[in-house]
Ligand binder design. Structure first.
Ligand code: NAD
Ligand code: UD1
Length: 336
């Protein structure tokens, strides 16, 4: 039995679907701070199977214990966490408590119930502002904000845990920029309020809920001056978790993998791809650079390909098509 913390969230829900399709038994835990209980209905509609759901907070150790007592959990895929970079700068303690303390409580409960397999949602943000591309798993680490710090601290904690107990099987997955949605249009990313990230923002402009996209800088040293990122379809990302689980099913040890495509696209290239694949126009204007941004970020995908057989299948136009297919029919929350 696999426990997905944060399993009603964006990446967790897509991974839940993939695991059920692979005939794995799963349980979902989420406090619904950034997702809705209806996601469980959508997972059932897509797969024909309804996963057991606990509305529990990671900080509630009694609640965690109850889940481990009632179920024989072999592995945890740990998605739950707060993820807004700007908010983390304003409220660092909220982020340290939720993400770091929450993870400590989870790990203590796992240890108590002898569950020694965990896959952790880390981020390319742990590479800081290093300029040498592509980023390999050995590129220098460094963080620039409290959100990133929570990811790095948790990675280090998991490393220490592995040193202390060699029976642990741990995978640290460093996601690049997940976009896209399930083909059904039933699950996807639906952030509250005004989005920070590019694709949700583009979708809200396409829906005429926001007047125009601000393109943050056009004077970077890139193909057209706008920032380049490694966008990856959330469906590919979900497969990455299944492959990671296969890796630690029978192996101990700690493994770190980048999950990206290895290709970078500029903001203007993403806008063009979105317009072409969806036949809609995106209003945009060039705005000043966003503080903390770097020109170019993309992954080396070699290690994940060689060790777990991970290779992203979807291209940028399919990512844009599936993002829009979900967003155009989905109710928005609090776009101010
Ligand atoms: P999401 O917000 O959609 O999902 C996270 C889920 O965790 C939400 O459903 C939320 O309600 C839940 N949650 C948060 N704190 C909790 C707590 N204390 N107890 C129980 N549940 C809690 O985010 P996502 O995009 O699916 O991201 C999943 C993970 O991947 C996060 O850890 C995030 O930091 C990481 N990540 C995301 C991205 C990205 O761009 N989406 C990139 C890199 C890493
Ligand atoms: C951001 C976070 C990063 C986090 C990642 C995934 C910052 C500084 N970085 O990274 O820590 O891990 O999201 O959640 O917040 N862009 C625009 N206009 C917009 C939004 C974005 O031009 O309205 C540009 C950005 O400048 C960037 C690209 O689009 O060049 C992608 O931005 P975004 O989706 O926010 O991702 P990251 O910058 O990679």
């Amino acid at each position: 039995m696999i426990l997905l913390t944060g399993g009603t969230g964006y990446i967790g829900s897509h991974t839940a679907v993939k695991l059920i399709e692979q005939n794995e038994d799963i349980i979902i835990l989420d406090n619904l701070s950034n997702s809705k209980a209806e996601v469980i209905d959508s997972i059932e509609t897509i797969t024909g199977k309804r996963p057991k759901f606990y509305q529990t907070d990671l900080l509630d150790i009694d609640g965690l214990e109850q889940i481990f007592k009632e179920n024989k959990i072999d592995c945890v895929i740990h998605f739950a966490g707060l993820k807004a970079v700007g908010e983390s700068v304003e409220k660092p303690l909220l982020y340290f408590n939720n993400n770091i303390t929450g993870t400590i409580k989870l790990l203590m409960t796992m240890q108590k119930y002898n569950c020694k397999k965990i896959i952790f949602s880390s981020s390319a943000t742990v590479y800081g502002t290093t300029q040498v591309m592509p980023l390999t798993e050995n590129s220098p680490l460094g963080v620039t904000n409290p959100y990133g710090r929570t990811k790095l601290v948790i990675e280090e904690m998991l490393n220490d845990l592995h040193v202390a107990d060699k029976e642990f099987g741990i995978v640290l997955l460093r996601y690049f920029n997940p976009i896209g949605a399930h083909k059904s249009g039933l699950i996807g990313e639906n952030p509250n309020g005004i989005p920070n990230n590019l694709m949700p923002y583009i979708c809200k402009v396409a829906k005429c809920e926001l007047p125009q996209l601000n393109v943050f800088g056009n004077d970077y040293d890139t193909v057209d001056g706008t920032g380049v990122r490694d966008y990856i379809h959330v469906e590919d990302l979900a497969v990455g978790h299944v492959l990671s689980y296969n890796r630690i099913k029978t192996n101990n040890g700690i493994y770190t993998y980048n999950l990206g495509t290895g290709n970078g696209y500029s903001v203007l290239q993403v806008i063009k791809a979105f317009e072409k694949s969806n036949d809609v126009k995106i209003n945009y204007k060039i705005a000043p650079r966003r503080a903390g941004d770097v020109a170019t970020v993309y992954a080396s995908t070699k290690k994940a390909e060689e060790e777990i057989g991970f290779k992203a299948q979807y291209g940028i136009e399919e990512m844009c098509r599936d993002s829009w297919n979900f967003a155009k029919t989905t109710k928005s929350y609090n776009t101010k």
